[in-house]
Design a protein around this ligand. Structure first.
Ligand code: DGL
Length: 282
C-alpha cells in the first residue's frame, strides 16, 4: 500500500493525480483534519503531528508514504527520513523537491528566472522552496546562483478558507487578491507562480484571475501531476519498494475528524463520493 498524508483535505488534490497516473496500486489517505491547519504551527508541533501520522500509515501496512503537504515536507520530512524510519523497510517522500526539479528543469536554458511561491507561513518560514530552487538552479547552471529571483508569499488565510468550504465565495477573492498584489509588488517580473500548498489548486482559477486582473501573465504551476510523475519514476527506479506495493486499485480514507464530516468535505476535492474512517492519534 502507498500512504498519502496531508494535514487536511489539500492532499486529496495530489492523491487524485497519483491515482490517475498509477491506478493499479492500493492507497490509504490520512487527513489530520482535527488538527489542521498545520501551516501556522511551530516546527516542533508540525514535526510531532507528521511523525505520528507517518507511523500510523506504516502501521496500516504502507511501505511508502507521500507527504502530500508542503508544510510537513518543509518542516518534518528531513528529520523523519534521517531519524525516525528504517529505510530498509520504510520510505517517506515529500512534494517540494519534485516540484522544484520540474519547475527549474523545464527551463534550464533560461538565464534569468523570476519565481513566486505561494505557501503557508510554515513553509515560507522554513525557506525550503528558496533553498531547493537555488540548489537546483546552481545544479543546472553549473554553480552560478545569479539570475534566479525567488519571492515567497505567505497566504495564512487560504487553507482555513478551503478547510471551511468558503473558497468559492467572494471573501476568498479578497484574500487571493491581497496575496497576489503583495507578491507582485515585491517582484513585478514574476513569471512563474508555484502553488506551494496542496490546498491551493482549489483556488487555482481565482489565483489566475487575480494575476490577470493585476496585469500579470505569470504561469501557475500546481503540484499534482508533477508529484504523480515523480512517484511513477521513483517506483520504476526502486523495484524493491515497488514490488511490496499491493495492486488492487483500492483507496481507503482515514481522518482524525469524524468520518462523516470528512466524507462531506472531501466531495469538494474529489470527483467521487468516499467513505472515511475515524482514527485516533496522539
Ligand atoms: N496542504 C498543506 C500544504 O501543502 C498545508 C495545510 C495546512 O496549513 O495545514 O502545505
Amino acid at each position: 500500500m502507498i500512504g498519502v498524508f496531508d494535514s487536511g483535505y489539500g492532499g486529496l488534490t495530489i492523491l487524485e493525480k497519483i491515482r490517475r497516473h498509477l491506478p493499479e496500486y492500493d492507497y490509504v489517505y490520512l487527513g489530520d483534519n482535527a488538527r489542521a491547519p498545520y501551516g501556522t504551527r511551530s516546527f516542533e508541533v508540525i514535526y510531532e503531528y507528521t511523525l505520528q501520522s507517518v507511523r500510523l500509515l506504516f502501521e496500516e501496512g504502507c511501505r511508502l508514504v507521500i507527504l502530500a503537504c508542503n508544510t510537513a515536507s518543509a518542516k518534518a520530512l528531513r528529520s523523519i527520513q534521517m531519524h525516525d524510519i528504517d529505510p530498509a523497510r520504510q520510505r517517506v517522500l515529500g512534494v517540494i523537491r519534485p516540484t522544484v526539479e520540474a519547475v527549474i528543469g523545464r527551463h534550464e536554458h533560461w538565464q534569468e528566472r523570476h519565481i513566486g511561491v505561494l505557501a503557508t507561513p510554515g513553509t515560507v518560514s522554513s525557506g525550503s522552496y528558496e533553498i531547493e530552487l537555488r540548489k537546483q538552479w546552481e545544479f543546472v547552471h553549473g554553480g552560478r546562483a545569479d539570475g534566479l529571483h525567488v519571492t515567497q508569499q505567505a497566504c495564512p488565510m487560504l487553507v482555513p478558507l478551503i478547510e471551511s468550504g468558503e473558497h468559492l465565495n467572494a471573501g476568498a477573492d479578497w484574500f487571493v487578491d491581497k496575496y497576489i498584489r503583495e507578491l507582485l509588488e515585491r517582484d513585478p517580473e514574476t513569471e512563474t507562480v508555484i502553488l506551494g500548498c496542496t490546498h491551493y489548486p482549489l483556488l487555482r482559477s481565482k489565483i489566475e484571475l487575480s494575476l490577470a486582473r493585476l496585469g500579470s501573465k505569470a504561469e501557475v504551476v500546481a503540484q499534482g501531476d508533477i508529484v504523480a510523475v515523480s512517484l511513477a519514476d521513483y517506483l520504476q527506479r526502486h523495484t524493491e519498494i515497488e514490488r511490496d506495493c499491493t495492486r488492487g486499485g483500492t483507496c481507503r480514507f482515514l481522518t482524525t475528524e469524524s468520518g462523516e464530516k470528512f466524507a462531506a468535505s472531501a466531495s469538494i476535492f474529489l470527483p467521487e463520493a468516499v467513505a472515511a474512517e475515524h482514527v485516533e492519534m496522539g
